[in-house]
Design a binder for this molecule. Structure first.
Ligand code: CMP
Length: 143
């Protein structure tokens, strides 16, 4: 993606705020921006995890389906992220994600995610804190 347009956008996203110039360059080289219409399933619970997503614009719903009943876990919006749990825990997706409105999502691969979180402490801390919070929230519901 073009450096001049993407950098100011990335710098507004909390997980990217403490990156050095080299990290920025690596992200810009690898990140992709994808558009999804409203009511699109991004992935389903049980799918293998290959990417992480950061919401540039729009809203998504995180949900699980049990005995044909939908359980909403969260609504996520601008600058929030999802898809980190399968990458951290080497497990299938633990919930499904559907867009609630048109969304622009940044994505990067598992390989880039692992590389960036191993070299950038700020990014790793934010993502790990959120991961732990989400694991605890889901335990509360026994799911
Ligand atoms: P992953 O398991 O890869 O795919 C489903 C995603 O939903 C998961 O990563 C998290 O990013 C997100 N998720 C799961 N549980 C919650 C929760 N309680 N609150 C917010 N997001 C969640």
């Amino acid at each position: 993606m073009e450096t001049f347009s993407i950098l100011p956008i990335l710098q507004k996203i909390p997980i990217f705020q403490d990156l050095n110039e080299q990290d920025h360059k690596e992200i810009i080289d690898r990140i992709t921006l994808q558009y999804f219409p409203a009511n699109t399933i991004i992935f389903s619970e049980g799918d293998p995890g290959d990417k992480m997503y950061i919401i540039k614009t729009g809203l998504v719903k995180v949900f699980k389906t049990e005995n044909s009943q939908e359980k909403e876990l969260a609504i996520l919006g601008e600058n929030e992220f999802f898809g980190e749990m399968a990458l951290i825990s080497e497990a299938p997706r633990n919930a499904s994600i559907i867009t609630l409105e048109e969304c622009e999502l940044f994505t990067f691969s598992k390989q880039d995610f692992l590389k960036l979180t191993s070299t950038n402490q700020h990014m790793a801390t934010i993502i790990n804190d959120e991961f732990i919070k989400r694991v605890k929230e889901n335990q509360k519901y026994d799911i």
